[in-house]
Design a protein around this ligand. Structure first.
Ligand code: UDP
Length: 323
C-alpha cells in the first residue's frame, strides 16, 4: 500500500486519484487543516498529523506500507515570513517524525514534494537542478532543509528518495472531479477565474516594471495531472533501483501574468477587470524550469503543457466545483 501524506490537498489529491486509477491501494493521511475530505474520493482517509508520532506508529502498524508520498506541508510564502516557526515545525520537524517512523517500520522509499522556491532568485533561466539553491523565504528554506535531510538519510540509513521541485502547479483533473481550492486563495489562476466569474471584482497584477517582455512576472505553469504522473514515475524509478535524486517539474515555457489573464479571457469568454499594482515582495521576475532530467531519467513528458488547456481545466473545475 502507498501512504499519501497530505493527500487531501491540491497536488496530493491528484496523485491519490492517479494511484487509484492505476490499481494501487492508498492510505491518505491528512490533518484537514488546509485539505478537503471531499478531495479524497478513493482510498482510506486517516485524519491525523505527522506531528502525532503515536498516530503515525498506529498507521504504519496497521497497513503494509511500501512507499510514502509526502505532500503534508504549509505552503503560503507570505505567512512563512510572518510566522517561520509554524513552517519549520510543521514542514521540517514533522517530516523528521515521519522519516523516523518509516525507518522503524522498514519503509525506505519516499517521493517528496519540493519546490522551485528552493532556488530563490535564479541567476539564469531555464533553471537546472545543479544550480545553487538560495531560498529567499522560510517556506523555500523549509523545503530545502528537507532535501538536505533526505540526502543525509540516504547516505546514513539507506533511504531512497526523489525530491520533485514543482514550478507553478495549476489546472485541475481533466474529468472535473477534483481541483484547486485554497482558503485563503492566493494563486494567480484561481484568482483570475474568480474575477472572470464575478466572484471578485478584479485581478491585481503584482508588478508591471519587471525586466520581462511585458513588465509582469513570468512563471512556468505545470498541469497538476502532469505532476501526478511524474510522482508515480518517480516511484517506479526508485523501485527499479534508480539513484536518489532531485528533479525539476515544469514545462520549460514561461507565461507572464498578463499573458495568463489573456488566456483566461479567451478560455472563459468573460471580461476580466485588471488593476495594475505594485510588486509583491519576494517575487523573482522569472522562474522557468528545465525538466530535461525528469524526461531522461523518469521518462516524464507533460501532456497538458498548453496554457489554454491548463486554464480551461481550471475553469471547468471552478464552474462545477464541489468543495
Ligand atoms: N500574481 C499576481 N496577482 C495575484 C496573484 C499572483 O499578479 O493576485 C502573480 C505573482 O506575483 C506571481 C504569479 O502571479 O508572479 C504567480 O503567483 P502565485 O501566487 O500563483 O504563485 P507563486 O509564483 O508565488 O508560487
Amino acid at each position: 500500500m502507498i501512504l499519501v501524506a497530505g493527500g487531501a490537498g491540491y497536488i496530493g489529491s491528484h496523485v491519490n486519484q492517479m494511484l487509484q486509477k492505476q490499481g494501487y491501494e492508498t492510505i491518505v493521511l491528512d490533518n484537514l487543516v488546509y485539505g478537503h475530505k471531499e478531495a479524497v474520493k478513493q482510498g482510506i482517509l486517516e485524519i491525523g498529523s505527522l506531528g502525532d508520532t503515536a498516530r503515525l506508529e498506529e498507521i504504519f502498524e496497521q497497513y503494509p506500507i511500501e512507499a510514502v508520498f509526502h505532500f503534508a506541508a504549509y505552503a503560503y510564502v507570505g505567512e512563512s515570513v510572518k510566522d517561520p516557526g509554524k513552517y519549520y515545525n510543521n514542514n521540517v520537524v514533522n517530516t523528521l517524525h515521519l522519516l523516523d517512523v518509516m525507518a522503524r517500520h522498514g519503509v525506505n522509499m519516499i517521493v517528496f514534494s519540493s519546490t522551485c522556491a528552493t532556488y530563490g532568485v535564479p541567476e539564469q533561466i531555464p533553471i537546472v537542478e545543479e544550480m545553487e539553491q538560495r531560498p529567499i523565504n522560510p517556506y523555500g528554506a523549509s523545503k530545502l532543509m528537507i532535501e538536505r535531510i533526505l540526502s543525509d538519510y540516504h547516505n546514513a540509513y539507506g533511504v531512497h528518495y526523489c525530491c520533485l521541485r514543482y514550478f507553478n502547479a495549476a489546472g485541475a483533473d481533466p474529468a472535473g472531479e477534483i481541483g484547486e481550492s485554497h482558503t485563503p486563495e492566493t494563486h494567480l489562476i484561481p484568482l483570475i477565474l474568480m474575477a472572470a466569474a464575478g466572484d471578485r471584482e478584479n485581478i491585481r497584477v503584482f508588478g508591471t516594471d519587471y525586466p520581462t517582455r511585458d513588465g509582469s512576472c513570468i512563471r512556468d505553469y505545470i498541469h497538476v495531472t502532469d505532476l501526478a504522473d511524474a510522482h508515480i514515475k518517480a516511484m517506479d524509478y526508485l523501485k527499479r533501483g534508480g539513484k536518489s535524486a532531485c528533479f525539476n517539474l515544469g514545462n520549460g515555457v514561461g507565461h507572464s501574468v498578463l499573458e495568463v489573464i489573456e488566456a483566461a479571457r479567451k478560455v472563459t469568454g468573460r471580461e476580466i477587470p485588471v488593476i495594475l499594482d505594485e510588486r509583491r515582495p519576494g517575487d523573482p521576475p522569472a522562474l522557468v524550469g528545465s525538466a530535461k532530467k525528469a524526461e531522461k531519467e523518469l521518462g516524464w513528458i507533460p501532456r497538458y503543457g498548453d496554457i489554454n488547456t491548463i486554464v480551461s481545466h481550471a475553469w471547468n473545475w471552478y464552474c462545477n466545483r464541489k468543495y
